[in-house]
Design a protein around this ligand. Sequence first.
Ligand SMILES: Cc1cc2nc3c(=O)[nH]c(=O)nc-3n(C[C@H](O)[C@H](O)[C@H](O)COP(=O)(O)O)c2cc1C
Length: 129
Amino acid sequence: MLHRVIIAAETVGSTGVSTLSIAQILGVSERNNRRDQVTSAVMFLNGWCLQGIEGRRPDVDRVVSRLSADRRLKNLRILVDKPIKARSFAEPMSFCNDPRGMLAAVHLADLAEVTANHAERMIELKQAA
Ligand SMILES: Cc1cc2nc3c(=O)[nH]c(=O)nc-3n(C[C@H](O)[C@H](O)[C@H](O)COP(=O)(O)O)c2cc1C
């Protein structure tokens, strides 16, 4: 059984802003997620991060625990936590390079306002694209 968790969190300092910060996050995540058969996608905008994580229950939970303990993030909220029949993300870790466009597609200007429905709709739109 596969699960999908979508989290939203505030980012600390240059997390998700500087190229170095993004490269560090993507590098470690790619390695760990590939090992654990986790697929994921992340976006950053204006001090916020949105991330979808898919995989087997214990593997997804381990990623969420590490994110909760990661000092680069704060006020982490779980927006979605549900069983899924199939994965929506193809890669161990993919990076959304058009967060504004994705948000505009669900009529949002900022990640601070994102709800479970917005997050799920963005995934559907991405898959349809
Ligand atoms: C925005 C963000 C997203 C992250 N996503 C993942 C992830 O999908 N998988 C992962 O293993 N670590 C992810 N991390 C890193 C973890 O919080 C943690 O630093 C890392 O898993 C530790 O790995 P290590 O024990 O191999 O050094 C993320 C960190 C940030 C700031």
